[in-house]
Design a protein around this ligand. Structure first.
Ligand SMILES: C[S@@+](CC[C@H](N)C(=O)[O-])C[C@H]1O[C@@H](n2cnc3c(N)ncnc32)[C@H](O)[C@@H]1O
Length: 252
């Protein structure tokens, strides 16, 4: 059973990795990909809007339900705890893959177009910085635990994992949600903002903001006063210009 669990975790992780790498190219409209956010076969406007709303909704619903502590408590009565995170990763990746596969581009209107080469270069820097911040941040809080590998590896070795730790290294000293900040930078930093790209960026940003509210509720339940104090001192997505002390007073 432990070996099956390990294989399950590995397959879920590899599926995630491949889909995630494709997603970077998809959002960045990289050439050579068969389909991206703004390329591929188009559909009538009403159909494109309806299909895209359903795809974003499926993605949001999967995350909203499966990421919550209450769901995890119920779910781990049905499946072994060591497989819970890998199952989450598998379901989240399936929802993402469906979106990448079925997304309907909406090419017009174009809201902005950066044609100046220096401007395009700057936009690309922001785009790649977003992905870099995101990827580095996963390692800062624990990449392998976030994607379920640590859990199945511990099971294979017959070990019990200690409870998840609260961490605030590097980016986490300046913003509470660098992974989400990375997504937002990557989603908005495009030299050509089509209506379809805007739909994607606005919906995912809105969802991230709602997700943060729920995630922080769980983090407070998990880490209590430590997270409350962290929230007072550190900005959500942007660093605070006037950092506050533990009592919430602005530091001179
Ligand atoms: C997809 S990650 C996003 C983390 C964070 N919101 C961010 O944007 O960098 C979600 C997981 O990270 C965990 N998490 C969030 N902040 C954390 C921190 N400072 N230390 C440890 N785990 C954290 C949450 O409990 C959740 O399981």
């Amino acid at each position: 059973m432990a070996i099956f669990t390990a294989l399950y975790g590995l397959v879920a992780y590899l599926f995630f990795l491949a889909t995630f790498i494709y997603a970077i190219g998809f959002v960045g409209n990289l050439p050579l990909l068969p389909k991206t956010l703004d390329s591929g076969s188009s559909a009538p406007l009403a159909e494109a809007i309806a299909v895209n709303i359903v795809l974003l909704g499926v993605f949001a619903a999967q995350h909203s339900v499966m990421a919550r502590r209450g769901f995890k408590r119920w779910w781990t009565r049905l499946i072994p705890e060591s497989m819970e995170r890998s199952t989450y990763v598998l379901a989240a990746t399936a929802a993402l893959a469906l979106l990448l596969w079925q997304w309907r581009p909406i090419a017009e209107p174009v809201l902005w177009e950066v044609s100046d080469p220096a401007g395009r270069f700057a936009v690309h820097i922001v785009f790649w910085s977003g992905w870099a911040i995101l990827l580095i941040s996963t390692f800062l809080i624990n990449h392998f635990e976030l994607f379920g590998l640590r859990q199945v590896w511990a099971r294979l070795r017959g070990k019990t994992l200690p409870a998840a730790e609260f961490r605030t290294p590097l980016f986490y000293r300046h913003v509470r949600h660098p992974i989400y900040l990375g997504f937002i930078l990557a989603f908005w930093a495009t030299p050509t903002m089509t209506a379809g790209h805007l739909m994607f960026a606005a919906a995912t940003t809105g969802y991230i903001l709602i997700g943060i509210w729920f995630e922080e509720r769980d983090l407070i339940a998990q880490f209590g006063q430590r997270y409350e104090a962290y929230r007072q001192q550190v900005g959500m997505l942007l660093p605070r210009l006037n950092p506050r002390d533990r009592k919430g007073h602005t530091r001179p």
